[in-house]
Write a protein that binds this ligand. Structure first.
Ligand code: AMP
Ligand code: GLY
Length: 427
């Protein structure tokens, strides 16, 4: 099969790497790709739906795997379906679960899925009145896609009002903030639950935990994710099925009932509160960086699983996930200054030394290969993933590997995995 992976992050490098191991794959293209997928790259943006359709026709692609949310919300799956080419991802109608937080909340409530109490607003006066009525803390969210930055945790009423004014008044997030969601602040530990979905059935991947904040101890600005590991001791494998029963399967039922069955990866961002699990958000694709450690643990060939999802045959084909029993932990190597402004074009060295270590894989993200040199071209640059018999061992190996990598103005968190390790020690 000739396969097209769409995107340019660490997730897409990991997807291309995993798909490349499948005996079913004959040739892999990545659009636009990065410094780690050089020999597969096609210079087309992930939002250029017409260009991608032409590429699929021209290169006679048999199967398409979009990585990020943008092409999905723009309807890449519908466009490929119209061509008769299977595409592993939700339709445009289902991608709204990520593309509109108001839609996601409405669908959750319709499906009876536990989530934070909320209100949806377009009118500033009504939003401000809601804040006065409820008091702080509150969470203010831009409805549309805002690259993970459209969520403001307001500890005081004033902060909440300022956030509302910045979104509805000053249009800080452009049209993504024309509608906002204001919701109850939830306390607990976060967990990522990702499921392969075929429209009707959900197959849970092992648990994973992301590290969204830029600073150690989960402090500072939110980012796309600074590191991840799997499994997360917060939810053992037995607990996952139950969590999927509460947070994923009712949504599949709801979307099917609406005539828009969900196929692809449904990623539920969960908050494990004292009162039980609540859904913070849905993503309609693999998480980045969760994807990288998760795929390191996946022993099964990923292509037949993806095909079964598109065909609606997870159950019929009795698809099961075979996993490596080890823990996997990935640390994101970033440019200092991310998620705000940071320099680009810095040379990164030592990647091969890190990659040569046993049980280690370095996935590229914001890098480009210029005449054999790897240069930075983004904020999150690499994800260094290691397998280990324990989470602690995976962490040790991953940090040993990342220390071999050098760049001026590099930054990475040194506490990836610590929450999980602590939880295991306290058991
Ligand atoms: P979201 O994009 O909705 O997942 O929000 C991004 C991050 O903001 C989440 O991963 C949480 O860390 C935080 N967050 C979102 N909603 C809430 C909430 N209701 N209570 C507490 N934290 C939240
Ligand atoms: N790592 C979180 C996300 O991909 O949205």
């Amino acid at each position: 099969m000739r396969i097209l992976v769409i995107g340019s992050g660490g997730r897409e490098h990991a997807l291309a790497w995993k798909i490349n191991q499948s005996p079913l794959a004959s040739e892999i293209f990545v659009a636009p790709g990065n410094g780690g997928t050089l020999e597969h790259n096609v210079p087309l943006s992930d939002s250029d739906i017409d260009g991608l359709v032409n590429l699929v026709k021209e290169k006679k692609i048999d199967f398409v795997v979009p990585g990020p949310e943008l092409p999905l919300t723009l309807g890449i799956t519908d466009a490929m379906e119209a061509l008769g080419v299977p595409c592993f991802g939700p339709s445009k109608a289902c991608a709204r679960l990520e593309g509109s937080k108001a839609f996601a909340k409405e669908a959750m409530v319709a499906a009876g899925i536990p989530t934070a109490a909320y209100g949806t607003f377009q009118d500033m006066e009504k939003a401000l009145a809601f804040i006065d009525e409820h008091g702080a803390p509150l969470v203010i969210k831009a409805d549309g896609l805002a690259a993970g930055k459209g969520v403001i945790i307001a500890q005081t009423v004033q902060e909440a009002k300022d956030a509302v004014k910045s979104m509805l008044g000053d249009k800080k997030f452009g049209s993504a903030g024309n509608t906002i969601v204001i919701e109850e602040f939830l306390v607990g530990e976060e967990l990522s639950l990702l499921c392969f979905c075929d429209g009707e059935n959900a197959l849970a991947l092992p648990s994973a935990q992301d590290h969204k904040a830029i600073g150690e101890g989960d402090t500072g600005l939110n980012t796309g994710g600074m590191g991840a590991y799997s499994p997360a001791p917060l939810a053992q494998d037995e607990a996952l099925e139950k969590l999927a029963d509460i947070t994923v399967r009712p949504l599949l039922k709801e979307m099917a009932k609406r005539g828009t069955p969900f196929k692809g990866i449904l990623y539920a961002g969960l908050m494990m509160t004292e009162k039980g699990v609540k859904v913070l958000e849905y993503n309609v694709r693999f998480g980045d960086p969760e994807c990288q450690p998760l795929l390191m643990r996946l022993k099964s060939d990923i292509l037949p699983i993806m095909q079964a999802c598109v065909e609606g045959k997870l159950k019929e084909k009795n698809i099961k996930l075979e996993l490596y029993p080890q823990s996997a932990l990935g640390v994101v190597f970033a440019a200092k200054g991310y998620p705000e402004s940071y320099p680009k074009g810095m040379e990164i060295t030592g990647i091969e030394d890190a990659n040569a270590m046993e049980n280690v894989k370095v996935f590229h993200a914001g890098t480009k290969n210029e005449n054999g040199k790897i240069l930075s071209s983004g904020g999150r640059l690499l994800c260094v993933v290691a397998l280990g018999d324990t989470l602690q061992e995976a962490k040790n190996t991953s940090y040993k590997a990342i220390e071999k990598i050098h760049m001026e103005n590099a930054y990475y968190r040194r506490d990836i995995g610590d929450k999980g390790i602590k939880r295991l020690q306290n058991k």
